[in-house]
Design a protein around this ligand. Structure first.
Ligand SMILES: NC(=O)c1ccc[n+]([C@@H]2O[C@H](COP(=O)([O-])OP(=O)(O)OC[C@H]3O[C@@H](n4cnc5c(N)ncnc54)[C@H](OP(=O)(O)O)[C@@H]3O)[C@@H](O)[C@H]2O)c1
Length: 317
């Protein structure tokens, strides 16, 4: 089968398409003929080997030869002990533990996958598992009337988070680069900020909830941007920024009646199926900006990693 592989961290030019053996599912796993794999910022980070936490599975060389975690496709073979699926079933899920989605076939644990709703295309379903889990968990503290700011809101997780926070009755501010301001408005953002021109932490009106997809500021900036009783949660960003939030942020929050922390996102079907149900019901929209073929994976990753993607980008092997 054809797969996009890499053997060292670097820029997209370290990726190449190779013929590799079709993987076999072990006990508790199944093989999926991949119809679509969406690109996440985590794929770009695993390609670059940065931030440092992505090297936990491989300090000097990548832990997985083939990237791509958010897969959607058709079950092709099942390993021993698999009970929920059989060949021919349409499935989707976040295969973070095994990756391998930028290929014609991928092997995934049964527990990572859910039945694909018939109303969603494979491309649409592949956008939901990781970005959906982040968006659902990140916006969970939202209450009607509260002021929510989403930093990095024009990308994959942010495009769902804006819609979910609006649905819960919040006043939503989306922060991203200038090219994504209209897109964030179209998703329902009440206010938008171009982060290259304006620093949200220096505004006079503080927020009740900040969901930060790309943390890099000081904890004092985040505390300043929060209203009393407010909550700041980051899911991604630079390692120093995340460590500062975990340490000084926790203390600064406690001392000032605010809550600053890192959101460790729980993966799995229970975390993204509720969003799929909202999409099927037409209450949340899925925005696939572009699709790429397998041999265009380097361009697809660069498109997301260099910040050009509006919403989600999908690879169709
Ligand atoms: N905590 C967990 O358990 C967990 C689990 C899975 C994933 N993650 C992380 O969660 C994050 C999810 O991101 P995603 O998939 O939504 O990424 P994405 O689609 O790339 O969106 C991120 C957006 O942030 C923008 N951005 C970059 N720098 C910014 C800045 N300084 N201020 C405001 N916006 C900025 C980017 O545009 P430009 O670059 O053009 O500016 C882009 O539009 C990733 O970092 C991933 O590693 C965390």
């Amino acid at each position: 089968m054809r797969a996009v592989v890499y053997d060292r961290y670097g820029y997209p030019d370290v990726l190449r398409v190779e013929d590799v053996p079709v993987p076999s599912p072990a006990a508790g796993q199944l093989r999926v003929k991949v119809n679509a794999t969406s690109v996440n910022l985590s794929d770009w980070e695993s390609l670059r080997g940065s931030p440092a936490y992505v090297r936990i599975g491989g300090l000097r060389t990548p832990g997985h030869r083939t990237l791509g975690s958010d897969i959607a496709g058709v079950v092709d073979a099942v390993g021993a002990g698999v009970t929920r699926f059989r060949p021919g079933d349409e499935v989707y899920g976040d295969n973070l533990a095994m990756m391998g989605g930028f290929a014609e076939y991928a092997v995934a644990p049964e527990s990572a996958l859910a039945p694909k709703p018939a109303q969603l295309t494979f491309a649409e379903a592949s956008t939901l598992p990781q970005a959906g889990a982040i968006a659902l968990q990140g916006t969970a503290p939202t209450a009607p009337g509260c002021r929510v700011l989403i930093n990095g809101a024009g990308g994959g997780s942010g495009s769902f988070a804006i819609q979910l926070a609006k649905r819960l009755g919040a006043h939503v501010t989306g922060v991203d680069n200038a090219a994504k301001l209209d897109f964030m408005r179209s998703l329902g953002a009440d206010d938008v900020i171009d982060y290259r021109r304006e620093d949200f932490s220096r505004q006079s009106r503080p927020y009740d909830l900040i969901l930060d997809l790309v943390a890099h500021r000081s904890v004092f900036a985040y505390r300043r941007a929060l209203a009393p009783g407010g909550t700041y949660r980051c899911v991604g960003g630079s390692v120093p920024a995340l460590l500062r939030v975990l340490t000084a942020g926790w203390v600064a929050g406690r001392l000032s009646g605010r809550s600053l922390g890192v959101l460790v996102v729980t993966p799995g079907p229970a975390q993204f199926e509720p969003l799929a149900a909202l999409c099927v019901a037409g209450e949340v929209g899925i925005h696939v900006e572009r699709t790429f073929a397998l041999d265009e994976v380097p361009s697809a990753l660069a498109h997301v990693g260099e910040g050009h993607a509006l919403g989600k980008v999908v690879v169709i092997p």
